[in-house]
Design a protein around this ligand. Sequence first.
Ligand code: SF4
Ligand code: SF4
Length: 113
Amino acid sequence: MVFIPKVIEIKETQRPCFSKDELVTIREVVMDCSGCPINCCQKFKVPLSPYEMYETPLKHDEKELSHTGLAVIAKGPDGNCAYHTGTGCGIWETRPNSCRQYSCLDDCRVKFN
Ligand code: SF4
Ligand code: SF4
């Protein structure tokens, strides 16, 4: 049976992007990921905003930064996001904007069959 991802909630959220005082409105998509056969937290690089990179304790991927100049979230030894617990996001309340905005429904790289 083909897995069909579901959206639980879409909302507009004010989030820091460049500094804690400069807020931007993002379209936050909360997905129901239970039973998903794809771990998108492992597959993709997760960009960090300047605020997330320099003013929060979120760890970034040093190799990626030195090789490509991209600020992305750190990976753990298993290749997953360093904040993935094995069963879900360990920093749900403080996860980066890019995680909040991501929906696999908009992403042609994700195929469920
Ligand atoms: S691909 Fe990612 S966002 Fe989509 S349902 Fe699976 S874990 Fe959730
Ligand atoms: S911060 Fe959480 S939602 Fe974002 S990639 Fe890591 S584990 Fe997934």
